[in-house]
Design a protein around this ligand. Structure first.
Ligand SMILES: [Zn+2]
Length: 335
């Protein structure tokens, strides 16, 4: 059998001949079954054509190259595109302002894509963060540690048993909460001014933060400049190349633009590291203890319902691994 897909049909004058199914030009007038098949094919080809039209060129913040970005789908009014070079996903947003979004509402269940009750789940989060600190100490046992996007400081409180810690947080309420608990935390974005005041660090962590940054490459490059040689950057984020992400498409639990703007895969993480002169020292998909209230909150959101209040205890947590989130350790070479 030849590989080429051809179909025999009669034209309007009754002549029979092979007709290549190349696009929406193929038509069937008489054979109804065939007409349905062709119509379906036409729509499909039309969709492919449509999405090709919506492809566009961007400079990718992961691989750093100007490349074609394939249009995948629309979600929450944002176009989702993927870099052809490295696989990084990007959400194109219209006028999203992070400063007005990341307020206390984001952490207290007032926004559908935020946290159910961040402060209420402190015990579970701190147990989880204690595990993260243990993990980090395999790569760097002590020194100065900076947490970018430190929220209410739960991670910093676990880390300060071994490290000299400081943090940066955009949400004023959260940053203030940190300072009241005795932590050295600045309000704002990780820019040159703030990092200049903080000095260099041995360990920089971004826990579920990189996907929110307006310019992740610029931010990571700045953080690399303020990292001591031999120091590490620890990043946790979703894995856009994971099975769950690929199967679920627009319905993936972490596909939540405009809060999530970037969707890294292992390849795009590797590309970013290499192009910024970092080495990928470790990459895995860790198990995580997740508060039951957050699981319920996310399930409610995905089912399209709006939950009033979460009745399930904040003290309960479940070990979860959908293998769609990764933990990466990047090392700045010591020279
Ligand atoms: Zn790329």
């Amino acid at each position: 059998m030849p590989e080429e897909r051809t179909q025999h049909s009669e034209d309007s004058k009754g002549r029979t001949g092979p007709q290549e199914l190349r696009g929406s030009v193929a038509t069937f007038d008489r054979v109804e079954e065939g007409a349905t098949a062709i119509a379906t094919l036409s729509i499909k080809n039309h969709e492919v054509f449509e999405s090709r039209v919506r492809d566009r060129s961007h400079v990718c913040p992961a691989c750093g190259r100007a490349s074609v970005h394939r249009f995948l789908y629309r979600k929450n009014g944002c176009d989702i595109l993927r870099c052809e070079q490295c696989g990084l996903g990007r959400a194109e947003t219209m006028g999203f302002d992070p400063e007005s979004y990341y307020t206390s509402d984001y952490f207290s269940g007032e926004l559908p894509d935020g946290y159910a009750d961040y402060i209420g789940t402190e015990n579970i989060l701190r147990r989880e963060f204690a595990g993260t600190v243990e993990f980090i100490r395999k790569f760097r046992a002590s020194g100065r540690l900076l947490d970018v996007g430190c929220a209410y400081g739960f991670f910093l409180h676990e880390a300060k048993r071994f490290f000299d810690v400081s943090g940066i947080e955009l949400a004023e309420d959260a940053a203030e909460h940190c300072r009241r608990s005795g932590l050295n935390v600045f309000t704002g974005q990780a820019d040159e001014t703030l990092l200049g005041r903080l000095g260099t660090s041995d360990v920089t962590v971004l826990l579920d933060v990189i996907e929110h940054l307006p310019s992740p490459r610029d931010t990571i490059a700045l953080l690399v400049n303020h990292l001591d040689p031999g120091g590490i950057i620890v990043i946790t984020t979703g894995d856009f190349g994971s099975l769950y992400s690929r199967v679920a498409g627009a319905h993936w639990r972490l596909m939540t633009p405009p809060q999530h703007l970037w969707f890294f895969s292992q390849a795009s993480m590797q590309a970013m590291a290499t192009s910024l002169g970092l080495e990928v020292e470790h990459l895995d998909h860790p198990w995580k203890v997740v508060p039951l209230s957050l699981i319920s909150f996310q399930l409610t959101r995905m089912s399209g319902l709006r939950s009033k209040r979460i009745a399930i205890s904040n003290r309960l947590g479940l070990p979860v691994n959908l293998f769609d989130a990764m933990r990466v350790v990047l090392r700045k070479p010591s020279r």
